[in-house]
Ligand binder design. Structure first.
Ligand SMILES: [Zn+2]
Length: 343
C-alpha cells in the first residue's frame, strides 16, 4: 500500500473507533484488582448466552473492532427479516435496519459508503420486497462514516430525510472524507427523548454520548404474528480511550452514565430484545444467522427476554467501568484520531 493511501485508511479507521487504544499493540500491563473485579462481574452477567459482547472488557477491545473492520466489512450477509416490520441488510461488520411503517420506511443507519448503499443495502431491500422509493427517513446512530456513508446518496436519489443528534451533525461536518464517501446535508435534528412518528409507528430516541458526542439510541417495536415486542437499540459500541469529553467523543465517564441511563429506560419500557447495527459486537450476528435459517414456527432469536437485556447492559456497564479503572495517561486526554508512529 502506498504511504498516502495507507495513512488515509489508518486515519479513517482511527476515526471510527475514536482513536481506541493503539497502545494495546505494545505489551499491556496486567489488570489491577479493581479492573479484574469489574470483569468478573461482567462475566457473571454474561452467563453462557451473552459471551460475544465480553470482548468489550478487554484492554485491546479497540483493536478487536479494528480487526472486525478490516476482516468482516466485505462479508455480505443474506438480507433478513427479523420481525414483520424490521429487516436487516448488512455485512458482518456493520449494517442497516429497515423499519417498515404504514407510511413508508425508516432506515437505522445508511451503510458505509455510496457503493454500499447503492450496491448492497438498496438491492437487499428490494430482495426483501421493499421499494426503496418508500424510504422516508434514515436516522443515523452516530456521526461516523460507517453509519452515515450512504446518507448523502439517499438524500439525492430518493429525497430521504436524514436525522442525527445536533452534536453528531457537528461531528459529521468536521469529518475529513475520503473518496466514495460524502457527508449528508444537515437535515433533521433528533432530540433526547423525542418520540418520532411515521404512520402507525413510533420510535423514541435518546441522546447517549460516549462513543461520539451525541450517539442516538432508540426504543422501538418489533411486530410478529399480531404481537408487539419492545426492543432496545444502543447506537454505539467501541470505547474511547479518554475519560472526559473531547470534540470527537463523549469520553468513558459519560459513556458509562449513558449506558446506565439507557439500561434503565430499556427496563422501564419492557424491552425483550436488543439491536445494534454493529451486529458483530452484541451477538447479533448469531441471531441474524438464526433468523435467516428460522422455520416459521420456531421462536424468534431476537426475543432474548427482559433478563438478558438487563444483563447485556449490566455487562456493558461493568466493561466500561473496567476501562475507566485502567490507567489513563495525560496522552489520553483529547487524544487525536491518529495512531502513534510505528515501525
Ligand atoms: Zn462509531
Amino acid at each position: 500500500m502506498k504511504l498516502a493511501s495507507a495513512l488515509t485508511t489508518t486515519v479513517a479507521l482511527a476515526a471510527l473507533i475514536s482513536g481506541a487504544s493503539y497502545a494495546a499493540d505494545m505489551a499491556t500491563p496486567p489488570d489491577s484488582a479493581a479492573v479484574v473485579e469489574h470483569i468478573d462481574k461482567a462475566k457473571k452477567l454474561a452467563g453462557n448466552d451473552l459471551t460475544v459482547p465480553m470482548f468489550l472488557c478487554r484492554a485491546d477491545s479497540g483493536m478487536m473492532v479494528r480487526n472486525a473492520i478490516e476482516n468482516d466489512s466485505g462479508k455480505w450477509m443474506e438480507p433478513t427479516k427479523l420481525f414483520d416490520n424490521i429487516f436487516w441488510m448488512g455485512n458482518r461488520f456493520v449494517g442497516v435496519f429497515a423499519i417498515k411503517t404504514s407510511d413508508g420506511v425508516i432506515l437505522y443507519d445508511s451503510g458505509s459508503s455510496t457503493d454500499e448503499i447503492q450496491n448492497h443495502i438498496v438491492p437487499g431491500l428490494q430482495k426483501l420486497g421493499i421499494d426503496p422509493k418508500t424510504i422516508k427517513y434514515s436516522i443515523i446512530s452516530h456521526g461516523h462514516y460507517d453509519h452515515f456513508g450512504g446518507a448523502a446518496w439517499l438524500q439525492k436519489t430518493y429525497g430521504v430525510k436524514i436525522g442525527l443528534s445536533a452534536p453528531d451533525w457537528d461531528l459529521v461536518a468536521a469529518t475529513p472524507l475520503t473518496a466514495g464517501r460524502e457527508a449528508p446535508t444537515r437535515d433533521v435534528v433528533i432530540a433526547d427523548g423525542q418520540v418520532f412518528k411515521l404512520g402507525d409507528t413510533s420510535i423514541t430516541f435518546y441522546v447517549t454520548p460516549g462513543h461520539t458526542p451525541g450517539a442516538l439510541s432508540a426504543i422501538l417495536s418489533g411486530k410478529e404474528k399480531g404481537k408487539t415486542y419492545t426492543l432496545s437499540l444502543l447506537g454505539s459500541v467501541a470505547f474511547p480511550p479518554n475519560l472526559d469529553p473531547t470534540p470527537q467523543n463523549g469520553g468513558l465517564l459519560l459513556y458509562d452514565k449513558s449506558v446506565q441511563r439507557f439500561a434503565d429506560i430499556s427496563k422501564k419500557a419492557g424491552a425483550v430484545g436488543i439491536l445494534n447495527t454493529h451486529a458483530f459486537a452484541d451477538g447479533g450476528l448469531q441471531r441474524l444467522d438464526a433468523a435467516a435459517a428460522r422455520k416459521s414456527d420456531a421462536a424468534n432469536p431476537f426475543l432474548i427476554g427482559a433478563d438478558a437485556v438487563n444483563r447485556y447492559y449490566g455487562l456493558f456497564d461493568e466493561c466500561l467501568k473496567a476501562a475507566i479503572a485502567r490507567p489513563h495517561s495525560a496522552d489520553d486526554i483529547g487524544k487525536p484520531s491518529v495512531p502513534p508512529k510505528r515501525s
